[in-house]
Design a protein around this ligand. Structure first.
Ligand code: SF4
Ligand code: SF4
Length: 56
């Protein structure tokens, strides 16, 4: 998955729902652990601003 840093409001919603513990939140941005991310798409569904893209 990819996060559009311009759109992202750093609400931490995606980090809270990721079942694979792939997202870590700092005070400024969300860091994606690409080794843990399975591209399941759960975070994309809850992002309120459409900042998440799932790669196929
Ligand atoms: S696509 Fe799934 S595994 Fe990857 S960060 Fe989002 S919720 Fe986590
Ligand atoms: S849910 Fe969307 S807006 Fe919120 S931190 Fe994640 S990518 Fe950013």
């Amino acid at each position: 998955m990819l996060i559009d840093r311009v759109k992202c409001g750093v609400c931490f919603g995606c980090a809270a729902v990721c079942p694979f513990d792939a997202l870590r939140a700092t005070d400024k941005e969300i860091i994606v652990n690409s080794e843990k991310c399975t591209n399941c798409g759960i975070c994309r569904k809850i992002c309120p601003v459409g900042a998440i893209t799932i790669e196929v």
